[in-house]
Design a protein around this ligand. Structure first.
Ligand code: PLP
Length: 471
């Protein structure tokens, strides 16, 4: 499989360079040149383990790594002894289904992709004949991504990771999930500033091309193609599980959405031929995507803080991949749209009028946003009716799924374990004993390490240089 950029300005590359590149060199996102159709293989896949299914789903996208090596990488990643638990079990909750994606090391769905990405980086670096054998990852986090990225690469050969978080402004659990990792290749930076400062410094350092090249700087953010690819797999596994449980010909998925990475993986699965009749996109009050799918207009608004911080996003970094297909893979037209968006904060695509008066941007999607009140009510009701505790991100998906309940069975993606968000669970249910997990409880007594740095690009740059020099 060859990969292109959504902006059409790079030469086609294979899978491994695409993974190492992250963002394409022309500023676009990496996309596969074709989407394989696997419809006639689905029956044969039903009996496969998760790891074997992952190999079948991913292999057509990976041309430049021998199949046996891919099998070994995937096997190691999703072996429960390494991963910490099952990858994507489905449980029935009332009349709907929950796809629990939070059994990995940091109890969030990002582990599914970042655990694999860490293994891929290590493998590609070790084989890299002429390129660098070292990768130094720089990341800025407001919470969840940082710990999942750290767990993805901790202890790996040839890789260092530097994660900046805003000092005193991430939740105590999220901070401890990062700073209790003491591997020598993990460097936590508590920056005396805001999340925006962290992100600005990261972008400035990544834009310092001489520094970037000299120190082999890379990124793990959600635009990396391997992250989307790893997430396609569980749409196939969950659809097959629920078909088995219900006999339904097709299923739908409700996906709590921020950067549009997870639901985009569902869309790819659908285009590959997974038995999916529709995707239900759920946002919190940061509703740019819900507005887009209902009106065809994508327009910026202010960022609100909510109970689901990993979805407190306005510009969805993976949305460009979807738009690329909406303009018939025309890189030039897409570049025009993205330029218009960065100039005016707005872009729009034509909508079709549909029965019922709804004006929808895409028949494959239904979309709505959940308010804080909706989320608290969903957590409370789901617990009192079914004895099942939803985390606040999953609760957004649950609340929105209820609006679209008529139709094929719905599978709600559970993207985080509720124990990561005890305050929201207590606010919803009045109980402090519902959101517990031994991994979270254990954090309290563990030693931590992090470096407090001034809100200054030069200070961060010197810190990185010193650490890499072994000081
Ligand atoms: C990252 C995250 C999301 C949003 O996923 P996207 O791929 O960014 O849309 C939802 N829930 C949780 C818990 C997350 O960490």
């Amino acid at each position: 499989m060859e990969y292109a950029s959504t902006r059409g300005q790079i030469r086609p590359v294979g899978f491994s360079p695409a993974v190492m590149m992250g963002l394409a060199d022309d500023g676009g996102l990496i996309v596969p040149k074709t989407i394989p159709d696997v419809r006639d293989r689905l029956d044969g896949w039903r009996k496969l383990s998760y790891a074997d299914l992952a190999l079948e789903v991913m292999a057509p996208f990976i041309g430049d790594i021998p199949r046996d090596d891919v099998r070994a990488l995937i096997g190691r990643t999703y072996d429960p002894r390494n991963y910490g638990g099952p990858v994507a079990p489905v449980v029935r909750v009332g009349g709907t289904f929950v796809l629990e994606l939070f059994h990995g090391p940091t109890l969030a769905f990002k582990d599914v992709a970042l655990q694999l990405l860490g293994n891929l980086f290590e493998y590609i670096l070790a084989r890299n004949p002429e390129g660098s054998r070292e990768l130094n990852i720089l990341a800025a986090t407001s919470g969840d991504t940082g710990s999942a990225a750290i767990y993805g690469v901790r202890g790996r050969k040839g890789i260092n990771i530097f994660v900046m978080h805003p000092h005193g402004r991430v939740s105590p659990i999220q901070e401890r999930q990062m700073t209790t990792v003491l591997d020598a290749n993990v460097h936590n930076i508590a920056l005396e500033g805001s999340f925006d400062d962290c992100q600005r410094i990261m972008k400035e350092l990544a834009g310092d091309l001489e520094f970037k090249k000299r120190y082999s700087l890379g990124a793990v953010n959600s635009v990396n193609w391997a992250r989307v690819l790893a997430q396609i797999v569980y749409y196939f596994s969950a659809a097959a599980d629920v078909q088995k449980l219900t006999g339904a010909a097709k299923v739908r998925f409700a996906v709590p959405t921020g950067n549009f990475g997870d639901v985009l993986a569902g869309w790819y699965a659908m285009k590959m031929g997974a038995p999916i009749s529709g995707l239900i996109l759920a946002t919190n009050e940061n509703d740019i995507l819900a507005r887009f799918f209902n009106t065809g207009e994508y327009s910026l608004a202010d960022v609100h803080q909510t109970l689901s911080p990993s979805m407190d996003i306005q510009v969805a970094s993976n949305f460009e991949r979807y738009l690329y297909y909406r303009v018939a893979q025309d890189g030039e037209r897409l570049s025009g749209l993205m330029k218009e968006f960065s100039r005016t904060g707005k872009l729009s695509i034509p909508c079709e009028a549909r029965p019922g008066g709804a004006n929808l941007a895409d028949k494959d999607f239904r979309a709505a946003s959940a308010t804080t009140a909706d989320v608290l009510e969903a957590i409370r009701q789901c617990h009192s009716r079914h004895g099942y505790v939803l985390d606040p991100h999953t609760a957004c998906g649950w609340a929105v799924a209820e609006k679209f309940s008529a139709g094929d069975p719905i599978i709600c993606l559970a993207t985080a374990h509720p124990a990561k968000f005890p305050a929201a669970i207590e606010q919803a249910t009045g109980r402090s004993d519902l959101a517990r997990h031994p991994k979270i409880a254990a954090l309290i007594d563990m030693p931590t390490r992090s470096s407090l740095l001034a809100n200054d690009k030069q200070a961060v740059k010197e810190f990185i240089i010193n650490k890499l020099a072994g000081c």
